[in-house]
Design a protein around this ligand. Structure first.
Ligand SMILES: NC(=O)c1ccc[n+]([C@@H]2O[C@H](COP(=O)([O-])OP(=O)(O)OC[C@H]3O[C@@H](n4cnc5c(N)ncnc54)[C@H](OP(=O)(O)O)[C@@H]3O)[C@@H](O)[C@H]2O)c1
Length: 311
């Protein structure tokens, strides 16, 4: 298949923020591959989203070993799209993967052992048919494995050239402090912390954001629309095709009267500003100077366009 060609002045259409005190800039909007790029997703729609994103200045694509469904399928989908169209732009794009959540059966298929991380990065590279990823994350803290073992695995993955930078995700402040210190002492300073941050879930305001900034790491926000709740579409019932209908990662129980009243309030505020709910939600996150990028999910191109319009 012919390689994708530059068709837009992409770098004028996007803003870039420095990731902590590193040399790396990330696009303010990044594209995530968690739930919409699995084996049952439509290849052509996925390809359109990825190419549209790149064509509009998105340089950060966020993956993980377990994204699908089933686990691994999103990396395979990304690899197919990548080699079909974007491959020649490798040096313009940041590709991230992660290990830590359940991925394969048995005692080594999840958490933070050296065995899991090293095997996982090799698997991810094979699925995406890449020589290296730009960022490799420890996807979640492991309460049992010594933190030093997990961090040393990240250091060795970077040293081996399989990743250019290391990141951590969802670590509580006390564990993050040790992780930052270990990585810095081994000359692989943490590039970035990835955490959930949106109007509904502000947990990272309890120290995580400030800590990342003080440690010289960037912060990237995941689930910025709280999996779709902040798009306005849940205000009058649950749409038939919405994520909450799958009952998997977004549970019905969360939609309490109290939350609905907050959603209505933010909706009114967005209306008063003459912007959409999506724009309101994403701009609210990007107002924080610690935030480098927000990783949006999109089930189709229209959804992705609505997120991009927040800029
Ligand atoms: N580090 C971690 O542990 C972690 C955890 C979660 C996610 N992440 C990363 O963050 C990325 C984004 O997470 P997310 O998918 O939860 O992000 P999100 O942007 O909060 O939610 C995306 C979902 O919202 C709905 N949506 C988006 N735009 C819409 C629009 N204009 N109108 C109506 N509905 C719309 C769609 O769901 P429906 O249409 O299906 O309802 C879409 O799939 C992931 O892909 C992943 O890369 C990381």
């Amino acid at each position: 298949m012919e390689n994708y060609r530059l068709t837009a002045p992409r770098y004028e259409m996007m803003k870039y923020r420095r990731c902590g005190k590193s040399g790396l800039l990330l696009s303010e909007i990044a594209l995530g591959f968690w739930q919409n790029f699995g084996a049952d997703a439509d290849y052509e729609e996925c390809r359109k989203i990825v190419e549209y994103a790149f064509d509009h200045g998105v340089t950060y694509f966020d993956l993980a070993n377990n994204y699908g469904p089933p686990c691994g399928a999103a990396e395979e989908m990304f690899g197919r799209i990548w080699h079909g169209s974007l491959e020649s732009h490798r040096d313009e794009i940041i590709i991230a993967s992660k290990a830590g959540h359940h991925m394969w059966p048995g005692p080594y298929g999840e958490w933070g052992s050296r065995k899991n991380l090293i095997a996982s990065v090799d698997q991810s590279l094979r699925r995406m048919k890449l020589d290296y990823v730009d960022i490799f994350y420890s996807h979640r803290p492991d309460p049992v494995t010594p933190l030093e073992e997990t961090m040393q695995a990240l250091v060795d993955i970077v040293r081996s050239g399989k990743a250019l930078y290391a990141g951590i995700s969802k670590y509580p402040v006390d564990m993050a402090e040790k992780a930052y210190a270990y990585l810095r002492a081994h000359d692989v300073p943490a590039l970035v912390y990835q955490g959930r941050y949106n109007l509904i879930d502000r947990g990272v305001e309890n120290g995580v954001l400030e800590q990342a900034a003080a440690e010289g790491a960037g912060f990237v926000a995941f689930s910025p629309l709280h999996q779709g709740l902040l798009t306005g579409k849940y205000l009058n019932g649950i749409p038939a095709d919405a994520r909450m209908r799958k009952g998997d990662s977004l549970k019905l129980e969360i939609l309490t009267e109290e939350l609905l009243s907050d959603l209505r309030k933010w909706h009114e505020e967005a209306l008063a500003e003459g912007i959409s709910d999506v724009q309101y939600a994403l701009r609210w996150i990007l107002r924080r100077p610690e935030v480098t990028s927000v990783i949006v999910g999109a089930r189709n191109l229209e959804q992705f366009k609505s997120s991009l319009s927040a800029l």
